[in-house]
Design a protein around this ligand. Structure first.
Ligand code: GDP
Length: 140
């Protein structure tokens, strides 16, 4: 499997609890490299664009409220099979179903406030990275 890049967000529930470093330690222990990272306050428009695929879901408004409720850390992660690897490292969307040792099992508060985002496919990874990073901000 080739080296891939994936897009990650450390969500507001984690930044509020000062867990950025703790989440990054799990990411790095899994063999992924953080090749771009910045802490931002997402605008409503950015959140709505980012989660447009969920626009018809009943939790869409709540999700956008949450993602703009505090700082997030947006990241590009690089490594072998990075997209699937990071999905495994994050664990299931609902922390109640997440495996031991995963980011969501360790840190998430609920299905909504679940600490991390990771892209689900190469196409979405490319789009998500391009929404938040210029090419020269990513240094592998
Ligand atoms: P992911 O790929 O594991 O992040 O999961 P999804 O793509 O299905 O959902 C995107 C995000 O929407 C999740 O990470 C949660 O933050 C949020 N979400 C999903 N389901 C619910 C829900 O039932 N209620 C709320 N409030 N948020 C949800």
């Amino acid at each position: 499997m080739a080296i891939q890049r994936t897009f990650s967000i450390i969500k507001p529930d984690a930044t509020k609890r000062n867990l950025t470093g703790a989440v990054n330690a799990v990411i790095e222990k899994a063999g992924l490299r953080i090749v771009a990272q910045k802490r931002i306050l997402m605008t409503r428009a950015q959140a709505e664009t980012f989660y447009a695929v969920h626009a018809a879901r009943p939790f869409f408004g709540e999700l956008c409220d949450f993602m703009t409720s505090g700082p997030v850390v947006v990241q590009v992660l690089e490594g072998e099979n990075a997209i699937a690897t990071y999905r495994d490292v994050m664990g299931a969307t609902n922390p109640a179903n997440a495996a031991e040792g995963t980011i969501r099992k360790l840190f998430a508060l609920s299905v909504g406030e679940n600490t991390a985002h990771g892209s689900d496919a190469p196409e979405t990874a490319a789009l998500e990275i391009a929404q938040f990073f210029a090419g020269n901000e990513i240094v592998g």
